[in-house]
Design a protein around this ligand. Structure first.
Ligand code: MG
Ligand code: MG
Length: 251
């Protein structure tokens, strides 16, 4: 069931989105060579709790962190660890969710640690670009496939591949709601989009092949060929005036 939010619910989503986006920027600002991913997780948790919200991911399906932090060939769902120390050149993906007043925000970004390779930067740039092309299709009357088609076309034109096993999703009073929002698809196909829907659009783009595997920890998803991957996500409200990025704070 696709849930249409009324203005009071959208206002709560906006608040959750602001806290989610703020936590992500706090984590970004803490990134440096030598920091552990557990320390970045603590920054996220502290930010969210100091804003009287709850980390959506903490305990979700038993997940032990407040943020998913995935490095280099890790695509998503990396578990924060004291042992994982960031090094110059690493590509770190931070995925954050915050819940306040019963509503969730969900947002992810990919950051470089110090100086990263031009190849890594190009992957990050294309992933972000594919998101923006996808979100431009998040219009009332369009279909889910319009979003995925735009993302996939952009990523594949640059020579990259799109993860199939993990997709975007509706977001609201549950972190994951219907509909699924794949980063691939056929224009004009799939669930129709209506004003009042709130969805997480989140391209996961791979430098090499699209295949992924889950590590024995049961969470961490990595590229099967161990090549780099990038992730970019915002919670988006579909409105008559166009898409509104609820987790974007202007930087
Ligand atoms: Mg997320
Ligand atoms: Mg998500």
């Amino acid at each position: 069931m696709v849930i249409i939010k009324v203005p009071e619910q959208l206002a709560k989503m906006k608040r959750a989105g602001e806290i989610t986006g703020g936590a992500l920027l706090a984590a970004r600002d803490a990134i440096r060579e030598g920091i552990s991913t557990a320390e970045l997780d603590r920054v996220v948790r502290t930010y969210i709790e100091s804003h009287h919200a709850k980390p959506s991911f903490l305990g979700y399906g038993g997940f032990p962190g407040s943020a998913c932090i995935s490095v280099n060939e890790q695509v998503i769902h990396g578990i924060p660890s004291k042992k994982r120390i960031l090094r110059e050149g690493d590509l770190v993906k931070i995925d954050v969710g915050a819940c306040i007043d019963g509503y969730h925000g969900d947002s992810a970004r990919t950051f470089g640690v110090g100086r990263i390779s031009p190849e890594a930067q190009a992957l990050v740039d294309t992933t972000e670009q594919s998101f923006h092309l996808g979100v431009a299709q998040a219009l009332p009357g369009n279909r889910i496939g319009d979003i995925g088609h735009a993302v996939q076309t952009c990523a594949e034109a640059a020579g990259y591949s799109v993860v199939r096993e993990y997709v975007g999703h509706g977001v609201g009073s549950h972190l994951h709601e219907e509909p699924d929002v794949p980063n691939y698809g056929t224009a004009g196909h799939g669930c129709r989009l209506y004003a009042g829907m709130t969805i997480a659009i989140e391209p996961m783009i791979c430098q090499g092949k699209k295949d992924v595997v889950v590590l024995p920890d049961g969470w961490t998803v990595i590229t099967a060929d161990r090549k780099l991957s990038a992730h970019y996500e915002h919670t988006v409200a579909i409105t008559p005036d166009g898409p509104v990025l609820l987790t974007y704070l202007g930087e």
